[in-house]
Design a protein around this ligand. Structure first.
Ligand code: PAF
Length: 278
């Protein structure tokens, strides 16, 4: 199987960058799946050169999260990228990315980080914002592509780029799903066979809420409570199921359009998130 040799140092990227033309960056933590590859295919339509970064970013994991366990499959990832015609992957070591303690960080505001994922994962978005800003500084892409599956991450990064006037256009990629609706995620590899069979329930409850709201339902609290109860009844530990405004993920005012329903729940030892725009 053909593969590519990754760039591993900041110096290598800097030396190559002038020859790359307009660059679109697809930041990833590796363990690439069809969802990432769909982003790569979309990326190819957006600029001259696609650069995929592969880096499991310790800064965005809490002390009790799955940093050590997170799947690392670099040789396979590089083969998958080669098969997609990608020639440039940036896969730095931890000491290359963080040669000294990262004491300068990028802190999104509490109204964006203390809700939903941020409420359950304190410090997560500071870690994401910091590494993405650093990747932008290293790769200097004109465009960067992020999946809608991490909807709050996308919202935070759009605001980051706008408020700091970073010269990068953020483009969103649609969530890729298995035939039964489960959103593709590297963390799906943690699921046992029984959990994998149960996992699409999260998509189903979100779909039901999206359909109800589209059909005119306004009692979001009732829909959310019912969804959480259904998940709990089937062995999940739900963190939230909630209808929010797309732009800032705050609760919508009555009659507001442009909504999204988001859910996060733990199934066994695996935490799954998903969302659907309404
Ligand atoms: O979405 C991810 O995989 C990560 O949060 C990202 C954007 C690569 C930053 O580490």
């Amino acid at each position: 199987m053909t593969t590519i040799a990754p760039l591993t140092t900041v110096a290598e990227v800097r030396a190559l960058r002038p020859s790359l033309g307009r660059v679109v960056l697809v930041p990833t933590m590796g363990c690439l799946h069809e969802g990432h590859l769909a982003l790569v295919r979309q990326a190819k339509t957006l600029a001259d050169t696609v650069v995929v970064s592969i880096f499991v970013n310790r800064l965005q994991f809490g002390p009790n999260e799955d940093f050590e366990r997170y799947p690392r499959t670099l040789p396979r990832d590089l083969e998958l990228l080669a098969a997609e015609g990608v020639r440039h992957a940036f896969a730095p070591s931890e000491t290359e990315m963080y040669p000294e303690p990262q004491t300068y960080t990028v802190a999104p505001p509490p109204e964006h980080t203390d809700i939903l994922e941020g409420a359950v994962r304190p410090g997560h978005f500071r870690g994401v914002a910091t590494v993405v800003t650093k990747l932008f500084g290293i790769v200097q892409p004109e465009v960067a592509l992020f999946g809608k599956k991490d909807y709050q991450q996308l919202m935070v990064l759009r605001n980051l780029v706008r408020q700091l006037a970073l010269p990068v256009t953020i483009v969103a990629g649609e969530t890729m799903r298995a035939p039964d609706g489960l959103a593709l995620s590297s963390r799906n590899t943690y699921l046992s066979e029984a959990e994998r069979a149960e996992a699409p329930r999260l998509y189903r409850v979100l779909t039901r809420i999206a359909q109800a709201v589209r059909a005119g339902a306004t009692d979001h609290a009732r829909l959310e409570t019912e969804a959480m109860a259904e998940l709990a009844a089937h062995g999940w530990q739900p963190d939230y199921v909630t209808v929010r405004r797309r732009a800032d993920l705050q609760p919508p005012a009555p009659g507001e359009q442009e909504l999204v329903v988001l859910g996060a729940a733990r199934l066994g030892s695996t935490r799954l998130i998903d969302n659907l725009e309404i």
